[in-house]
Design a protein around this ligand. Sequence first.
Ligand code: AMP
Ligand code: P6P
Length: 333
Amino acid sequence: MQPKTLGEFVIEKQHEFPYSTGELSNLLNSIRLAAKVVNHYVNKAGLTDILGATGISNVQAEEQQKLDALANKLFIDALINREIVCGIASEEETDYISVSGMNKDNTNKYVVLIDPLDGSSNIDVNVSVGTIFSIYRRISPVGTPVTLEDFLQPGRNQVAAGYVIYGTSTMLVYTTGHGVNGFTLNPALGVFYLSHPNMKYPSKGKIYSINEGNYVHFPTGIKKYIKYCQEEKDDRPCTSRYIGSLVSDFHRNMIKGGVYLYPPTSKHPNGKLRLLYECNPMAFLAEQAGGKASDGYRNILDIKPEELHQRVPFYTGTTEMVDKIEEFIQIYD
Ligand code: AMP
Ligand code: P6P
């Protein structure tokens, strides 16, 4: 029997909400389409003049890779052309985009925040990259222009969140608050099929993912945690795995059990990862898969954002590993 397609799965879930208008399904389907188009370009990046940087640096003061810019345009166009959201925020856009419908009184109720191509520094060396998305219901009145407050909601308010991982295969993994499901693209057919139903972290994890090149700048608690992972004791030592792409490290850790850490460093004293379109969606997924996400002191999903491109320290993965990181940080820092 053919496994369920993503389109069939989305419609099946919509039917569980008899009063739904189909707006969220439309939105999820537009993300599905954009993911296929970006996948097409990512998979042939080496063959066309799409590699390398645009010479433009984005709001993060990071050199914008051409594929970053293309992925950003493709996702934004897919969302705007179908007039199914009232606002969009992106890592690649300094400010949020207010989407007023053709009739100018946009009655759509969702805002979307995206990191269109996470891990883009891996593009030129053929290592997997990803797209991350986060969806909220607007809090300002429907029919009025979207406001910054619509984007600065705590992660716990998310309606849906997910990622696309452009790896050895391309997968779309997402949650709407009722578990995490993974869909693998059959590139010959251009169809995502349900391949990883109800994804859950194993109860134990033995993988830690961190850029140890920053070791000298880490807080003492993190240094102590790394040495704890390396001890020959109990079920340790752990294994160190770091791809340099959050989506890829997160995906492997969710399947095999493990934890991803991006602590404060000298270059990024508040951490490098962005709360709104990286940490919150991954935290929603982690929690829905039985894991946890923290800034060392607070659950990521409970943080009230102050600004669009806010950075936070980020620890996410197997719950007992995140708990241990919090323990070390709260003792030593
Ligand atoms: P809608 O009117 O289509 O935006 O749906 C209203 C609410 O029903 C959404 O905010 C979700 O909480 C739920 N819902 C609708 N469609 C879906 C879907 N395809 N998958 C999961 N939840 C859905
Ligand atoms: P570093 C990619 O730029 C990213 O945001 C994450 O995907 C990745 O885990 C991290 O930064 C890599 O950062 O400083 O270790 O190269």
